[in-house]
Design a binder for this molecule. Structure first.
Ligand code: ADP
Ligand code: ADP
Length: 229
């Protein structure tokens, strides 16, 4: 069973009297344990596709099954729960709460999922240990390097044991050393069986994935990666 399956997905925006077809019949399957990169020029529909994959927005038409759930016509409340519990988000800007210690940031999705506090704390600490930051649990974001902050964000993404890790330009804000650090961690997570979808405009970053999906003018072309690591 695929972790995600998009079938003939369309997204149409009304821009005044004009309709913009941001996605025009996208088909995409991502199977459990796959590592897929999505690339495409500005305006091609990448953000629209990522928002639909991440259940941040819904398609205008077509099918979307995520982790066995038909999410295409789900209510906003149900989508919010699916988003929190089945998808681990990693963003370019880390999106950490600056006043909160690392472990408090990591426990947040469990808090939304109404997990009890002792279990939240334990799972947050375990997740930080998994990304190599056991000794940084009580640091605040501004006491950590950019690469470490992104590791905290990845620990937060993992804490619910999600079906999918969705990483939107996760290295866009990092220097080359931290970029390698974060890409190495994604490689490890993939090797451990995680399903990862990475959105990037950088070819070298995309080539770390097993498969590159290119978006052009609201349609996709799927290419195997020759030099997969
Ligand atoms: P990308 O992320 O590849 O730059 P987007 O998904 O942001 O592409 O945009 C795809 C197309 O949809 C573009 O033509 C863009 O102008 C249009 N678009 C995106 N969001 C909206 C919106 N909220 N309203 C109207 N048009 C939009
Ligand atoms: P980008 O800069 O790549 O567009 P943003 O950081 O603006 O990404 O986030 C995109 C959207 O995701 C925003 O609407 C934000 O509120 C939402 N978002 C951020 N973190 C989470 C989360 N953990 N769960 C669900 N939605 C989130």
């Amino acid at each position: 069973i695929p972790v995600l399956q998009l079938r003939n997905v369309w997204k149409t925006y009304a821009s005044g009297a004009v309709q913009v077809h941001a996605l025009r019949g996208v088909d995409l399957d991502v199977h459990a344990g796959e590592y897929v990169a999505i690339m495409g020029p500005s305006g091609s529909g990448k953000s629209t596709l990522m928002n639909i994959i991440g259940c941040l927005d819904v398609a205008s038409a077509g099918q979307y099954v995520l982790d066995g759930e038909d999410v295409a016509r789900m209510s906003d409340n149900d989508l919010a729960d699916i988003r929190n519990e089945r998808i681990g988000f990693v963003f370019q800007q880390f999106n950490l709460l600056p006043s909160q210690q690392a472990w408090r940031n990591v426990e947040l999705p469990l808090w939304y999922a109404r997990v009890r506090s002792a279990e939240r704390r334990q799972r947050a600490l375990d997740s930080l240990a998994r990304v190599g930051l056991a000794d940084r649990a009580h640091h605040r974001p501004n006491q950590l390097s950019g690469g470490q902050q992104q590791r905290v964000a990845i620990a937060r993404a993992l804490v619910t044991d999600p079906a999918l890790i969705l990483a939107d330009e996760p290295t866009g804000n990092l220097d080359s050393v931290s970029t390698e650090d974060v890409l190495g961690l994604l490689d490890e997570l993939h090797a451990a069986g995680r399903t990862i979808v990475l959105i990037t405009h950088e070819q070298e970053v995309a080539e770390r994935a097993q498969r590159i999906v290119r978006v052009f003018d609201g349609r996709i072309a799927d290419l195997a990666v020759g030099a997969a690591s």
